[in-house]
Design a protein around this ligand. Sequence first.
Ligand SMILES: [Mg+2]
Length: 362
Amino acid sequence: MIVNSIEAIPFRIPYTKKKVWARGVLEAAEHVLVRIKTDNDLIGIAEAPPRPTIYGESLQSITAAIENWFGPAIVGMDPWNTEIVLDRFEQWVGNPAAKAAVEMALTDIRAQAAGVPVYKLLGGWTDQVPVCARVPTGTPDEVIASCQKYFEDYGINTYKIKVGMEPNEDIAALENIRKDLGPEARLCPDANQGYDPQTAIRVLKAIEDLDITLLEEPCSIYHRGRQQVAESTIIPIMGDESCTNIIEVRNQLSAGTVGIISIKVARTGFAISQRISHLCEAEGIANLCGTQGDSSIGVVCGAHFAASCRNVKLASELTGHLDTVDDFLIETPKIENGMIKLSDTPGLGIKIDEDKLNYYRI
Ligand SMILES: [Mg+2]
């Protein structure tokens, strides 16, 4: 089996509600669909979401990188040679989402060739994964209403809540949210580096009795005070922007700045994500799969990775497909009782509605 061709198709599907976080706003999923074809008619699919303010990639740069570099690097190759793929991709620095999407689409092909779903090919730890909802920003009442709706509609009781703008308002909001949602809800505030270390320590002290599951990236990834923040609290600090590749993960682990690490397959694909999770497992640090504002394709990829891997122990952020106004997948992931259950369909099981793709492609 060899790779015959690769396509990079930019598309745009509006979100139902703007995504606001401490560092920016997104109005639509503007991602690149990657589609790889082999000589035995298998088709591998993944998506690359550009995040210029985090990784410096754009819709245009991802498309060009795949068309000019990563595509030609794999045409004629056997999709089973993952190590060679990773080695070739190292010629080009950066471009994490473009590289990850190509590697995930190749994995989709390998799993189809083997006749197994991707999560089994990668490790087969479980066939269902708990889901954390990324709750839209709003007033505390709006956030509470959103959480209740996620619970009523999908049985989700783990909530990622954006904080990091106004510390006193954040503390009051989390108190109200805990009071209204009761003791069963798992609260995962994400500050997106919005506090300085001293403020982070103050906020963490103030919310210590609220049974907070984790606080994500309280302060700048460059601050020396990160270690002090982690040591000041019993609330696990989750690394995300500080842990975007395996070298950064190793550095944060050895600095003792994080208690949980968010793995995003959108930036590290399946192969590097596996290495990161193994490294974390050896250090006793649990993982979850984070969202990069994924559309349904990214959600499918994240769900397969989370299900494959023993060290992905916390509810993963797999609700991105609920945030777009429409979809070009024929079947989108179903969340029931707060879980996504993976099927036995070989590969990722992604089927595209070509008419809809033509409508949403840019
Ligand atoms: Mg984050």
